[in-house]
Ligand binder design. Structure first.
Ligand SMILES: Nc1nc2c(ncn2[C@@H]2O[C@H](COP(=O)(O)OP(=O)(O)OP(=O)(O)O)[C@@H](O)[C@H]2O)c(=O)[nH]1
Ligand SMILES: [Mg+2]
Length: 242
């Protein structure tokens, strides 16, 4: 069987302690390349990423974004670059070591029969480490809420650990996306599902970050609460327009 070539896109904002550890672990897997998308992190993550790219030529690439910062925007830029690379699958994961690289082969393998594979905390075998009860509850309720409104079937619609077949990503109209923060992840699934993408899940153990700071703010939570409604409203408008 031909090896599956993977590109892993890692958005970073202030992840200087975490990024080197993540990249070394990722590169232990053959046929894996990494694209770091840094948003001018004030802590110097961008320079650290550059030195990692120098140490691993051909396997690590860095995109330094300027202008408006954002997780969704970073993914859009990273994906626009990634879909033109000679790879079979494109993965997304957080830089803060919450997403263990040891799960990557399972995600990539499952993409043989799916267009997108979610690293899932909420299917049998999935788990979360070091989250307080409050945060667990919030995430759990968020997923119920999203599933109810959007009719998505996946158990973990908010996981940022995913593996896409390159063609499935290339088919996404990313320019028309309406969300930018964490709900960008929900929007990606919603749009993919609307395009008939096959969505699969494999269990992961999510580990809360030890280094660096969380960027989860009130504004992010509000956007997350509104996005599912905006997505279905847009979906209805586009079917009525036909
Ligand atoms: N490029 C870029 N990356 C970002 C931005 N905001 C967050 N990230 C990265 O996106 C990933 C997820 O962000 P986190 O802050 O870990 O979000 P979270 O997992 O919900 O919150 P934590 O509890 O802190 O882990 C990490 O790799 C961040 O560095 C941003 O504005 N731009
Ligand atoms: Mg995190």
């Amino acid at each position: 069987m031909m090896p599956v070539r993977a590109l892993v896109i890692v958005p970073t904002y202030n992840e200087r302690e975490n990024l080197p550890v993540l990249i070394e672990a990722l590169l232990r897997h053959a046929d894996v390349r990494v694209l770091v998308v840094d948003d001018q992190s004030p802590d110097g993550t961008g320079a650290i990423a550059d030195s990692l790219a120098e140490r691993h030529p051909g396997r690590v690439e860095v995109m330094h974004r300027t202008g408006v910062r954002g997780l969704g925007r970073s993914y859009i830029d990273g994906i626009a670059h990634g879909i033109h690379q000679p790879v079979d699958v494109i993965c997304q994961m957080d830089a803060d070591l919450s997403h263990d690289p040891r799960h990557l082969p399972a995600l990539i393998a499952a993409a043989a029969d799916a267009d997108v594979v979610i690293g899932s905390r909420y299917i049998p075998g999935g788990a979360i480490q070091n989250w307080p009860r409050r945060r667990r509850l919030l995430s759990h309720l968020a997923n119920i809420y999203i599933r109810l409104i959007t009719r998505l079937n996946a158990r973990d619609c908010t996981s940022g650990y995913r593996c896409w077949r390159r063609e499935a990503l290339a088919a996404m109209p990313l320019d028309g996306f309406i969300s930018d923060g964490y709900s960008f992840l929900v929007e990606m699934l919603f749009v993919a599902s609307g395009q008939g993408a096959r969505i699969a899940e494999v269990p992961i153990t999510f580990v809360e970050r030890r280094q660096g700071e969380s960027k989860l703010s009130r504004a992010v939570l509000l956007e997350s609460a509104l996005t599912p409604w905006r997505l279905v409203a847009r979906g209805r408008a586009s079917t009525e327009g036909r």
